[in-house]
Structures are given as C-alpha cells and as structure tokens.
Write a protein that binds this ligand. Structure first.
Ligand SMILES: NC(=O)c1ccc[n+]([C@@H]2O[C@H](COP(=O)([O-])OP(=O)(O)OC[C@H]3O[C@@H](n4cnc5c(N)ncnc54)[C@H](OP(=O)(O)O)[C@@H]3O)[C@@H](O)[C@H]2O)c1
Length: 297
C-alpha cells in the first residue's frame, strides 16, 4: 500500500491541496458516462488526490462532477473557471460572473466552491475592475472561498501583482516555461497559490507528426525543438515530475479521464523531481530554444 499523494498549502488561502490534482477537462464529452466519473473520483480519493479543477466550458464536466461528488464533497477542494456562458447575459460582465457562480453552484451541487477563476479574460477586463469586483462579491456572500485568475503572459502578471487573487492558474510544463520565469516567482513572493495547468504540455510525444489541434500542435513543435532524451523514463512520468516539483507550483492539474493514468502519475511523483542531470538538460534546452515562447492559454 503506497502512501497518499503529498499535500502543499495553496498560497495564503488556508487551503491545502494534493500535489497532483485532477484536471476535469476531459470528462465533459459524450464518451464519458456517470459511472466513469464515479470510478475516476473513487481512484482520486483512494490515491489522496484532493483537488479537482473544472470549468464552465468543459461540456458536462461540472454536472457530472456534481453528481459524482454527492456524499464525498468534503474530501475535495473544488475549483472551477467562469466569466461567460450564462444564458441571456453578456459574457465578461459583473452579471456573468455572479450568475456564473450561481450556475456553477447548482451544477456542482454544492453550497460553496473553494476556488473560482476568471477564465482567461484579458488585461483590459482585469483593469476595468467590473468582473473582479463581482467575483469578490461572491466571496463576501460565502459562495466562493478564494477568488482566482487563470491566464497567461501580461494578464497573468497583472493578476499576480494586483493583490486581489489568492490563486492563479497557468501553464507549467517542459514545453511551457514562460510562467516559471516571471509570474510564478512573483506569485510565490506574494503568497499567491499556483496551480499548474497543461502539466504534461498536452502529452506531445503521442504524435508522430504535427497534430491538427492548434494548441497541441504548438506544444508538439516545442517538444521537437527541445530535442530531449527521457533516458528510458516514460515521458508522462518525467513531464509530471518536472511540473509538480517546479519551484512555486502547489499542484498540477492532470488532464485525464483515465484512472490508470491518474494512478501512473501519482506513482511517478513518489520519485520526486527529475534527477539533477535531467533537470539541468530540460532547463538548458528551454533556455536555448524556448526563451521566446509565450504562455499557452
Ligand atoms: N485555464 C485554462 O484555460 C486551461 C487550459 C488548459 C488546461 N487547463 C487545466 O489543465 C488540465 C489539464 O490540461 P490538458 O488536459 O489540456 O493537458 P495535460 O494534462 O498536459 O495533458 C493531457 C494529455 O495527457 C494525457 N495523459 C494524462 N496522464 C497520462 C499518463 N499517465 N500517461 C500518458 N498520457 C497521459 C492525456 O491522455 P488521456 O486522456 O488518455 O489520459 C491527455 O492526452 C485541464 O483539465 C484543466 O483543468 C486549463
């Protein structure tokens, strides 16, 4: 029997999260059944995975989680992302955020959501203040524990420096080094919790040739440019270890609907960060070919 996935504090929020979280972006489609989600959450609970991240835009993900969380909600820190997709309400308005929180509470079948992110709004919207103030009203109303921002680049840096968010979510992986250079150290200095999205860099090693999906294609091109040799370790394990132990990251949000994949990464993280020579090779390659890579939203 292995020990549970270790936990870390999530910045200054008072929440503690497992260093491996479940990114529930892959359970929203028609190929996933309620029984699949139930099994996935059962595996997560058995492993000590205590963080689940979803979003308004992940198909039926919120509804399915709400169903599967009945009776075990207290065992998880629940995170979602919103700002759009409310019937009859213009996106990225104060109303879309407040009504979005109410909608998410209903779909997730809970009284309070632990972390709610503004889902990739740009810096102009952050500057204008309306959506940020609306999110804070939902915190004061006791519907949300922590106001958070998800995004990249200049908007992410503004969100971190603003002092108004307890958590930020950004891409961190072997093919996503941008946030590690600036936003993540700044977040750590301000005790803002950091959640690493796309922690496997969308698993680009799966493809023999450039895939069609634009975000994955970009990851694939970066992966080819890095030219790394995993020295016999499965890429998923090595990539997860890089992201989960990157300085400042509280937890990685692994995108999977597969209990076996969740288990494999949980086991890989037992080995800690990549060996020092491998870590040095990854960082050297990132510095050599990836210094101009922008954060992938
Ligand atoms: N805020 C945002 O805008 C944003 C954007 C992107 C992602 N995210 C967050 O980050 C999460 C993860 O993102 P993502 O799914 O795009 O990228 P990811 O986690 O880097 O990669 C997911 C890919 O890795 C594969 N995988 C997972 N575990 C594996 C294992 N043990 N062995 C081999 N392959 C494995 C998955 O395949 P299988 O499905 O077969 O397991 C899937 O193809 C999302 O669910 C979400 O929570 C947020």
């Amino acid at each position: 029997m292995s020990s549970p996935v270790p936990r870390r504090p999530l910045g200054r929020t008072g929440l503690t999260v497992s260093i491996l979280g479940l990114g529930a972006g892959r359970i929203g489609g028609p190929e996933t059944t309620p029984a699949d989600v139930d099994r996935l959450l059962g595996t997560a609970a058995d492993l000590g995975v205590t963080l689940i991240d979803t979003a308004r835009s992940y198909g039926a993900s919120e509804e399915r989680l709400g169903h599967a969380l009945q009776g075990r909600r207290a065992g998880f820190v629940l995170s979602t992302k919103l700002g759009y997709g409310v019937d009859g309400v213009p996106d990225w308005t104060g109303r879309s955020v407040e009504a979005g929180v109410d909608g998410a509470l209903g779909r997730l079948r809970t009284d309070v959501i632990d972390v709610v992110h503004l889902h990739s709004c740009n810096r102009e919207l952050l500057d204008r203040g309306e959506v940020v103030e609306a999110l804070h009203r939902t915190v004061r109303a006791g519907k949300v524990r922590v106001a958070a921002y998800s995004g990249e680049n200049d908007a992410l840096e503004l969100a971190v420096r603003s002092g108004t968010f307890g958590v930020v979510q950004c891409s961190v992986s072997i093919v996503d080094p941008a946030a590690l250079a600036t936003a993540v150290p700044e977040a750590v200095a301000r005790s803002v919790g950091v959640l690493a999205k796309r922690p496997l860099g969308n698993a680009p090693w799966r493809f023999d040739r450039r895939p069609d999906a634009e975000d994955v294609a970009e990851a694939w091109e970066r992966f080819q440019a890095l030219g790394l040799d995993p020295a016999g370790e499965p890429w998923a394990a090595l990539a997860a270890r890089f992201s989960a132990f990157a300085p400042g990251v509280a937890s990685i949000l692994l995108g999977t609907a597969s209990p076996d994949h969740l288990l494999a990464v949980a086991r890989a993280l037992e080995d800690g960060p990549p060996p020092a020579p491998m870590l040095a090779a990854i960082r050297e390659a990132q510095a050599r070919v990836g210094s101009g890579w922008a954060g992938r939203i």
